[in-house]
Design a protein around this ligand. Structure first.
Ligand code: HEM
Length: 123
């Protein structure tokens, strides 16, 4: 359970100090917004670019953790596997009104990977 949830539920005594650690605190480093009510919490928040021209802008993700689009696709293959295990009840459409993530779109199949890569390279 996240510490702030435990605090909200009163399971930690009021006034308890919670030490948060992260290898990647995101925008909070710039704004100092940590632990406030939304939108005053920038902990591990990132501004996300669009995908136009993605074939020419390697490496990928905010920490350059994927060197190629093949690695990006592998990342999402593992991501969808994780979601299927951790949130099997998640609805199939990210666009469903009132539904908050995590949600799962239909995962792509291995046979679809070449087409997915070709599509990404045309954006
Ligand atoms: C087949 C499905 C997907 C593909 C091909 C895809 C593709 C990509 C690519 C190429 C990037 C890198 C952008 C860049 O570095 O300039 C990216 C970033 C991102 N995508 Fe996806 N995406 C997919 C699914 C999803 C899903 C399901 C989510 C949310 C649940 C998501 C959320 C994000 C986020 C938050 C980033 C930024 C991550 C970062 O910078 O570290 N994507 N995506």
């Amino acid at each position: 359970m996240r510490h702030e949830t435990a605090l909200a539920l009163g399971r930690l005594p009021a006034g308890t100090k919670v030490r948060r650690t992260s290898s990647d605190p995101g925008r909070a480093v710039l704004t100092g917004f940590v632990g406030g009510p939304a939108p005053l919490d920038d902990w591990e928040k990132f501004d996300i670019p669009g995908l136009r021209g993605i074939g020419k802008t390697a490496p990928y993700f905010h920490n350059n953790s994927a060197a190629t689009l093949e690695e990006v696709v592998e990342h999402y293959k593992q991501f969808y596997k994780r979601v299927a295990i951790q949130a099997p009840q998640a609805p199939l459409l990210t666009t469903q009104p009132g539904v908050t993530p995590p949600v799962i779109d239909r995962p792509f199949t291995d046979a679809e990977v070449p087409a997915l890569l070709a599509y990404l390279r045309r954006l």
